[in-house]
Design a protein around this ligand. Structure first.
Ligand code: SF4
Length: 206
């Protein structure tokens, strides 16, 4: 039987400062940083967004941006054509339908171009302090290894984690999984001998 509360407690002690790795100053900056982070590292995104948000300082400016100039700025993040189009269309929607603010419900967030449940959960948790489950590659890998879930389906993982993680712990728990996944429970060669949740991990119970 997996002891989820003990896992949460141990990760809290191991990673006392579970902040989002993406840097931002305004609500929509986090939204677009998250869009850029698909198939790209947070470190790369954090190099690109200061340039992007210096060139375009308001949502209105992004909404009316020359698309090829914006593409050039975000080019190094990959999938730059799709991402540029999403960012411009999302800016127009935020201005036109949401009073220039990132909305605070899953339903509204999912209407924004380029926003899926992962990004929507990130917004709910980090911008609005609502319980969120951000199912990214680290979350999928580690929760399966630990034995909390037995599926790679992000929606199923979100549902199953919501059922066992206290709501007030869920946002930080997912940030801690990212930290754990980068340093210890890496995709290849996880460092189980240095893992603080080793004793609770199903991978080591066979
Ligand atoms: S014991 Fe190994 S597989 Fe389990 S969470 Fe730790 S690093 Fe990952």
């Amino acid at each position: 039987m997996i002891n989820i509360l003990q896992i949460i407690k141990t990760l809290e002690e191991t990673y006392p400062n579970p902040i989002c790795a993406l840097t931002y100053k305004k609500d929509y900056e986090l939204l677009f940083a998250a869009r850029l982070s698909a198939q790209c590292t947070d470190a790369r995104v954090n190099l690109v967004t200061p340039v992007l948000f210096k060139r375009y300082q308001t949502l209105e400016e992004i909404a009316s941006a020359d698309i090829s100039e914006l593409e050039d700025i975000i080019h190094s993040c990959g999938f730059y054509k799709t991402k540029a189009r999403d960012i411009v269309m999302a800016s127009a929607m935020l201005v036109g339908e949401f009073d220039g603010k990132v909305p605070d419900t899953m339903e509204k967030l999912l209407r924004i171009p380029g926003v899926g449940r992962k990004t929507a959960n990130l917004m709910l948790g980090d911008l609005f302090g609502k319980p969120s489950i951000v199912v990214d590659t680290h979350c999928i890998r580690i929760t399966n290894r630990i034995g909390l879930v037995k599926t790679k389906d992000p929606v199923k993982i979100e549902t199953e984690l919501r059922a066992i993680i206290p709501p007030d712990k869920s946002t930080a728990f997912c940030h801690r999984l990212v930290l754990h996944g980068r340093v210890v429970c890496t995709a290849r060669n996880p460092k189980c001998n240095k893992c603080t949740i080793f004793a609770y991990c199903e991978r080591n119970m066979v």
